[in-house]
Design a protein around this ligand. Sequence first.
Ligand code: ARG
Length: 588
Amino acid sequence: MKTLLQLITTEMEEAFEKAGYERELAKVTLSNRPDLCEYQCNGAMAGAKKYKKAPFLIAEDVAQYLKESAYFESVDVVKPGFINLKLSGACAASYLNDMVAEAKLGVDDEEKARTILIDYGGPNVAKPLHVGHLRSAIIGESVKRILRYKGNHVTGDIHLGDWGYQMGLIITELKKRQPDLPYFDESYEGKYPEEAPFTIGELEEIYPTASAYAKEHEDYRDEALHATYLLQSGHRGYRAIWDHIMHVSVTDLKKNYQNLNVEFDLWKGEADAQKYIPDMVQMLKDKGYARYDEGALVVDVQEETDKKEVPPCMILKSDGAALYDTTDLATLVQREQDYQPDEVIYVVDKRQELHFTQVFRCAKKTGIVRPETGLTFLGFGTMNGKDGKPFKTRDGGVMRLENLIREIDEEMYRKIMDNRTVEEEEAKRTAGIVGLAAIKYGDLSNQASKDYVFDVDRFTSFEGNTGPYILYTIVRIKSILNKYRENGGEPEGLSVLAPENEYEKALMLQALKFNDVFEAVYAEKAPHKLCAYIYELANEFNKFYHETKILSEEDETKKSGYIALLLLTKRVLETCIDLLGFEAPERM
Ligand code: ARG
């Protein structure tokens, strides 16, 4: 279905043409003077030079042909040559009723569905999930849902960090604590135990202990590096420990991501990419892309137009070990083979931008991906505490995700209990739902690339630009609709009517923007614009609610129009929060 801006732009183009001017001038936008009009066209100013005519006169010529249009309630020409428009109430209502009938509220599927891979989450196995990984999960999940809404084939891959030094550290520490385990007996040839020699709690303690110890003790660090090397070269016992680490951590990660309402289609990791490395390295050498630089194998990616130095992509260290660049390139080999994606999107901390510049250039230059494969880096900023420094616990440690979520949920629970509308049991459940919305909205309402301050008090507030405010608005609508049902009414199937007052019209105008807004959100992969949109929609609804008797309206037809508008507003809000990755409770 065409967006309303497209429809009225076409109407404007026809008027320009009838008046003898070129259609290209007829762009209509939302008004930047909402006190004067709802939409505007500035094309007459742009045409003045070409037609050697005062813009005001051009605008007047054009406006003549719009007077009859069913789209507009008023068409005003204002000096120096603006065409100011107000949408007719009947047109607004009819557009909204068309939206109701559409499966996706008027958003059309991409003409040709694209195959898109999205690399997000990126936790490191055996290290506790911390807030640094929260942004990737939240933003990635929302972008995935947005791309899917447009009918694309989108696959989310968590891309675990599961192949590094941390594995060697854990093996080394385990050997120190339990040297008698069969994994460390080089002559052992039997089957290894099915049960892991540690729980997730122990594993999470082992890693930081080993990591701190290695920093102080060189021989221990060397041992851990060697264990990493042995693991990567296929040591049987170490591989068995690795399997245990993976099983225990992935089980725990799945639980954590489920709590966040984040879902991955693929649980691949750096380890899965390793088998593609030998052939890839051979290809890079054979085709002459790679060269040796002080023993290391590198591919140059500097381009002439670069203002700054872009160092070469590192393929192999002088000791033959693969690196972060290597793994990401090999992962692209695998992704091309398995998916031939139109685009691969990486949702990663923006401090890794240089790494991705190198990898993307290398992959393009060496033909690891096809020339038309889109490689997109969606870098996000840092989540800071109120002091403006990266978010920490009260005693200065790294904040674990679980604790952060608990803190928010407890705050939400307190607020919900203060309202005293629900029982304790329900308040607990609701606090979880609203708490998640507080975190996600707090994050997504900022432009992803910017740093932001994680402010528990502000994010959990029921007022202002927050997740709980949006949910509160949805719950309010649900409650009105429920009362309407209790009194024997049926909200489904009613029609939105032409507005009776300015608040109703403002709400209608905001609701009918949905597909226009969505297109921008989609094109720019910008969930923050969806947040801005629903914040305004919630505001318009609440103004309307305070100014209008809805359920006590005596004119049944009028009332039915209000109810239809409420039902649609709820659907738009619920669709948007689903695209953002959270949901609303029944009550709060
Ligand atoms: N595990 C990495 C980290 O914690 C993020 C992985 C991002 N994705 C990728 N394909 N490199 O920094």
